[in-house]
Design a protein around this ligand. Sequence first.
Ligand code: GTP
Ligand code: MG
Length: 193
Amino acid sequence: MKVHSADIIISAVSKKQYPKSSLPEIALAGRSNVGKSSFINTLIDRKNLVRTSSKPGKTQTINFYLIENLFHFVDLPGYGYAKVSKKERAKWGTMIDEYFANRKQLQAVVSLIDMRHDPTEGDIQMYDFLKYYEFPVILVATKADKLAKSKKSKQIERIKDVLDFDENDHFVVFSTVTKEGKEEAWQAIETFL
Ligand code: GTP
Ligand code: MG
């Protein structure tokens, strides 16, 4: 998809702030610092519509982006950031649960994992959660530019194995640096719009 218009609609902390619109939504889930916000920027060809940071914990609210007046990307705060307090972690859990439990508009979840490493405990929990509630998943293995070519196929198998990956879900190898997987990611997303 070639994107001409993309705008932030709201940074929400609770469901009463969610947009009233019934447009389809594609949510982004993943560990803090994995590249969720960068993924959105790459797909819509903007350097910085969505704020990114080399420090984890940048996105702290549920941010809705309207794309082409067609759908919303929903950028969720990341999990697994060691430096947050118990209270903040609880707040994260409540915000995420509230979103997943109430959002009929949600069509699919882009679940990002760092391709250089095996999935973390948080990655496994997130994937299990999404499968349990039967959300369609687009698994995006990102930061592919940081992995030697020779190691890629083995690491893909490893990730699928650790997650007990459902082959009915999409699996996209991705990089914001080389733009590898950009078209494939769009194709996967468009099947849910
Ligand atoms: P939180 O908002 O903290 O949950 O993080 P996030 O998942 O939104 O991550 P963000 O997009 O802010 O990216 C984190 C860091 O990773 C930034 O420094 C990005 O430039 C970098 N990054 C993201 N994607 C890639 C990628 O594909 N390759 C490389 N090399 N760096 C990436
Ligand atoms: Mg972010």
